[in-house]
Write a protein that binds this ligand. Structure first.
Ligand code: GUN
Length: 314
């Protein structure tokens, strides 16, 4: 069994991006700028966003954290996104999910300029991803592909079983693994809460992506020998012995499953750091594309008009 070390793989990506930032600076170009928007006081979200901002600093990206009160109105939040869309210095916009119930995530995500959609959540990005066109691939699925690539794990012809159909992870990774390209060509089974015979399906899997958010769900009797397991779950479980009062648990019963695997991700330290590395790669790409001398107005494809109306020119 080999651990898929996300810390190690993400560090290699960050080191590479750091060199690229130095190059940009030497050439007199702007450095990538990520704007992260966080609403309210969800402890896990605060930690994730802080890690994203810290990683930006580490590699020389500019970052802005907009931390808004839990009771911010949808209208105010839309205005914040509108301003970030308009701000030529901002390359990537990240809206940390989940948002408070009174805010429509769909409305907010749909307003993000697809050219700055480094989370790959906008319908334009998702549609292009499905079609196999060049676009921003959302950070967690992209991070998983980068991790498989880092460890030279081939996907072609493999049976991949994805457990969980969320818009953020399960559904996109199932599509990506089925695409006709170097990181795809799997036969994919997407399982969810209504799947019958889940155990039998998992027993046929060469690769399992566990992304359902139930700690310790995937047990040793559900997997075959030498399976590759990517554990996306990261749930805070109460633990009085810890100073923080909780411990982080993945969706896989690691203790009993890991010895059966050829490769498995640890939690924490597997998919989490790769998600950040993928986000940074997307932000670098956004910066290069939006400020390329070849793109209209040095990459500013938008005409916001003079009346404050958002008007994206395709
Ligand atoms: N919440 C959980 N995962 C993610 C992610 O990848 N991006 C954002 N914006 N929010 C999340």
């Amino acid at each position: 069994m080999q651990l898929l070390d996300g810390k190690l793989a993400s560090q290699a990506i960050k080191d590479d991006l750091k060199i690229k930032v130095e190059e940009l600076k030497k050439q007199g170009n702007k450095v990538p700028h990520l704007a992260a928007v966080l609403v309210g006081n969800n402890g896990a979200s605060e930690t994730y966003v802080a890690s994203k901002v810290k990683s930006c600093e580490e590699i020389g990206f500019k970052s802005t954290l907009l931390h808004l009160e839990n009771n911010v109105s949808e209208e105010e939040l839309l205005e914040v996104i509108h301003k970030l869309n308009y701000d030529k210095d901002v390359d990537g916009i990240l809206m940390q999910l989940p948002m408070p119930k009174h805010i429509s995530e769909e409305k907010i995500i749909n307003l993000i300029d697809p050219a700055k959609d480094v989370d790959g959540f906008h319908p334009v990005s998702v549609g292009k991803m499905v079609l196999g066109s060049e676009t921003f691939i959302s950070a967690t699925p992209y991070g998983i592909l980068l991790l498989l690539h880092h460890y030279n794990i081939k996907t072609k012809g493999k049976h991949a079983v994805v457990i969980g159909r969320s818009n953020i992870v399960g559904r996109p990774i199932s599509i990506l693994l089925s695409r006709n390209d170097d990181t795809g060509n799997c036969t994919v089974t997407l399982c969810h809460s209504h799947t019958k015979n889940l155990k039998e399906i998992c027993l046929q899997a060469d690769i399992i992506i566990a992304a359902l958010g139930k700690p310790g769900f995937l047990k040793a009797d559900m997997v075959k020998q030498d399976v590759v397991i990517i554990d996306v779950g990261i749930t805070r479980v109460s633990d009085a012995s810890k100073k923080s009062g909780y411990t982080l648990k993945g969706d896989v019963d690691f203790e009993n499953v890991s010895s059966m695997c050829s490769y498995i991700t640890p939690v924490p330290g597997g998919v989490g750091p790769m998600t950040i590395a993928a986000l940074l790669m997307n932000t670098y790409k956004a910066c290069c594309e939006n400020h390329s001398p070849l793109s209209p107005e040095g990459g500013n494809k938008k005409d916001y008009g003079g009346d404050g109306e958002l008007n994206i020119v395709h």
